[in-house]
Design a binder for this molecule. Structure first.
Ligand code: MN
Ligand code: MN
Length: 471
């Protein structure tokens, strides 16, 4: 056999999705990216994303689990159900033909993204400027967050119990906020510091005003003026900040990137790119063989802790409720079987190969922009530590589903051995005995205020997730 033929038969090359797609698919790719950008703009916090998911689910005929429990309506195959937890985590179910205890097909992603939170007593005045103290959330490079137009999103509960959703900085008429940086002319000392130390956590103070309240008798006049504006507009007082979850995120909308419009740039794509694509996939599912689940959880970026995270009992409890409705005699054993027999795609992002930083990834095992959805067998740090190392048998099953359905996919890892690493929610679901593998979209500039995704990869993630639910 000549070498060329043998090579074609034996060697494997990952395909570029743009080169594989026909015109119709390319059109669909751009259409889905348009919907995706709108989703990103509507859900810049975990709460906003959760509420948008629920709105879309209701529009598509999903019924609240609470309502089903209240009204004692049964559950039948094809039924679409959503469970809302603390307005921060959501699970969507499409009930399958098979019994629950045969297992579910779950795609799990996270709704939170790295950002800067206001502290609980944030407001102060210094040198004629009104400022807010902040505490960053998740893994950010602090120097990336200065001198950007920033918006405030969040909730606050007034003393009278009224809960307010506040967004300032997204409407073009809105003011924005800002974290200052030092002018280069005076940055001699700063520029000798490491990138980790050049901008400090306590230095990320948000500029929010500068007009003093007109009264000669008082101090902190700028702060008072800010408080007065907030009171006039929202009826909130300084003490109300203690109840608030105010998140500072980059202001503005997601945009097309590149002269060919092949990419999406925007805030919070880790992990809302997987949130959106799995949401879109489950909306296309009507009568699956196995119960399809799209799971969207909070707090992944700070280690999946807290009652709305994957580590919480939220999902297990929700499945218990379903089992209780479906089974004549509820038993914990059925819940355990339901969980253990399930298959999961842990849908999360990872860093795509970046030619500006070629040294941190092994080119043979790195995911590339445009080469489709990425399967990641293991994550972790220093010798796969704390990683869900997916089983051969399961990867083989996912490979077959993807190949049978013309999903362009690639294999990837987080980075070079001992270069660093990270984790996802994969290992938590694996604790139940579920088969789990990480499978998501590779991004450029992960965790930066503006992250970049390939539209082809977004489309292939959607296509792959849908094929998984259909299997
Ligand atoms: Mn993530
Ligand atoms: Mn992340």
């Amino acid at each position: 056999m000549d070498g060329k033929k043998l090579q074609k038969k034996l060697a494997h090359e990952w395909k570029n999705a743009w080169e594989v797609m026909d015109e119709k698919e390319e059109e669909k790719t751009f259409q889905i990216a348009k919907e995706y950008k709108e989703f990103l703009d509507k859900g810049k916090t975990e709460r906003e994303a959760a509420s948008e998911i629920i709105r879309i689910a209701q529009e598509n005929g999903y019924i609240s689990l609470d309502e089903i429990i209240d009204k004692k309506t049964g559950i039948t195959p094809g039924m679409k159900i959503y469970a809302n937890y603390k307005d921060k985590s959501v699970a969507l179910f499409v009930i399958g033909e098979e019994k629950l205890e045969k297992g579910m097909h779950i795609i799990g992603s996270h709704l939170d993204a790295p950002r800067i939170d206001l502290k609980q007593f944030p407001l102060y005045e210094d040198s004629g400027l009104g400022l807010c103290k902040t505490h960053y959330y998740g893994g950010i490079k602090k120097y990336q967050w200065v001198t950007l137009p920033l918006a405030l999103h969040g909730v606050v509960i007034r003393e009278d119990g009224e809960k307010l959703n506040i967004v300032i900085g997204e409407d073009e008429e809105d003011p924005v906020f800002f974290i200052t940086d030092l002018l280069p002319h005076l940055a001699k000392d700063q520029m000798t510091k490491t990138m980790a130390e050049g901008i400090t956590g306590e230095g990320l103070n948000l500029l929010i005003g500068s007009i003093p309240y007109k009264d000669d008798e008082i101090s902190d006049k700028v702060k008072l003026n800010v408080l007065n504006i907030l009171y006039q507009k929202y009826g909130i007082k300084e003490e109300d900040f203690t109840t608030a979850e105010f998140e500072i995120v980059p202001a503005g909308k997601a945009r097309d990137v590149g002269i060919d419009r092949s990419m999406v740039g925007g805030y919070g794509q880790d992990d809302r790119v997987c949130v959106f694509t799995s949401l879109k996939a489950i909306l296309d599912i009507d009568s699956p063989r196995k119960t399809a689940v799209a799971l969207f959880v909070d707090k992944e970026e700070i280690g999946s802790v807290g009652n709305a995270s994957m580590e919480s009992k939220f999902f297990e409890n929700t499945v218990s409720e379903l089992v209780n409705i479906v089974e004549e005699n509820y038993s914990e054993l059925i819940v355990k079987r339901t969980m253990a027999n399930s298959c999961v795609l842990s849908a999360d992002t990872l860093g795509a190969f970046d030619p500006n930083y070629p040294d941190v990834l092994d080119k043979l095992n790195a995911p590339f922009m445009g080469k489709g959805v990425t399967i990641v067998k293991y994550t972790g740090v220093k010798g796969k530590s704390s990683s869900n190392d997916a089983n051969s048998e399961y990867i083989s099953k996912i490979r077959k589903i993807f190949n049978d359905n013309d999903v362009v996919w690639q294999m990837g890892e987080l980075g070079k051995v001992d270069q660093g690493g990270g984790g996802t929610i994969a290992y938590i679901l694996a604790n139940y005995g579920m088969e789990v593998v990480d499978c998501g979209v590779a991004l450029l500039s992960v965790h930066a205020p503006y992250e970049i995704a390939s539209k082809a990869d977004i489309y292939m993630a959607y296509k792959g997730y849908k094929a998984f639910y259909d299997a």
